[in-house]
Ligand binder design. Structure first.
Ligand SMILES: [Zn+2]
Length: 244
């Protein structure tokens, strides 16, 4: 670890889309024992992830663990490459995601239709990752309300629906809610999870209620970035009326 960086750093990676590219936001946490990466980016993005880390003067060897908010390929995409590159890297995830993350069950949303959207080289990397999954050791099984020894106490919030073991993380000292895919920003407005990518929408909407008791001054959406316009009020609105 070289120069100091703030303890929570939001990364900006880009997923190519037919009309350009769409940003996604893994997060790097700095704690005394090293760095924790929350989500790893999309399959095929390892070079972009490495260069984002390099810009922060963080080497791969500084990363001690990865927290996976859920199994989707834009979140676990570089897990295999990270495990190959970092001996002893820990992987933390919710119990309900483990059958998927260890290959015992197929990834819920990585269907033939979605595979068909990926270019051949990325598909090859996806298949490599899927083959690696059974070798993955989940070092710590996360549960709702766990307080993790990161950032002075980070709360795990199990928010099922988008996937069975989807997690949000809450950094109380910073009043910072890492919402992963439970919340999005669309046209500058905070909204709930994306229906086409959320197999159990009713459950995902019920999960919003778990976020209403938090003091939140900033929300980070994996898709959409940071939202700071009175997020508590907006989260309460969404929980009461998800179509708001
Ligand atoms: Zn997702």
């Amino acid at each position: 670890m070289n120069q100091p960086i703030s303890s929570i750093t939001v990364l900006n990676l880009h997923i190519p889309t037919p009309t350009g590219s769409s940003p996604i936001h893994p997060v790097l946490l700095r704690d005394e024992d090293g760095y924790t990466l929350v989500d790893t980016g999309m399959i095929g993005q390892f070079a972009e992830l490495q260069s984002a880390l390099k810009q922060l003067d963080v080497t791969l060897a500084d990363i001690k663990r990865v927290i996976l908010t859920h199994q989707d390929i834009d979140h676990i995409g570089n897990l295999g490459a990270l495990l190959d590159a970092i001996p002893g890297l820990e992987v933390w995830a919710h119990a309900a995601e483990i059958p998927y993350l260890t290959g015992a069950q197929p990834l819920i949303k990585f269907t033939p239709e979605r595979r068909a959207l990926l270019p051949a080289p990325v598909l090859d990397l996806a298949d490599q990752l899927l083959m690696q999954l059974p070798e993955i050791n989940i070092s710590r099984i996360l549960a709702d309300r766990d307080i993790l020894p990161l950032q002075g106490g980070t709360q795990v919030i199990h928010t099922p629906g988008h996937t069975p073991g989807h997690l949000c993380l809450y950094f109380g000292e910073q009043q910072f809610l890492l919402a992963a895919d439970e919340l999005r920003i669309v046209e500058d407005q905070l909204v709930g999870p994306a229906p086409p990518a959320t197999p159990d929408m009713p459950e995902a909407l019920r999960s919003l209620n778990k976020l209403t008791s938090l003091n939140v001054s900033k929300v980070l959406c994996y898709h959409g970035g940071e939202y700071t316009q009175d997020p508590e009020k907006r989260i309460a609105e969404l929980a009461a009326n998800p179509k708001a």
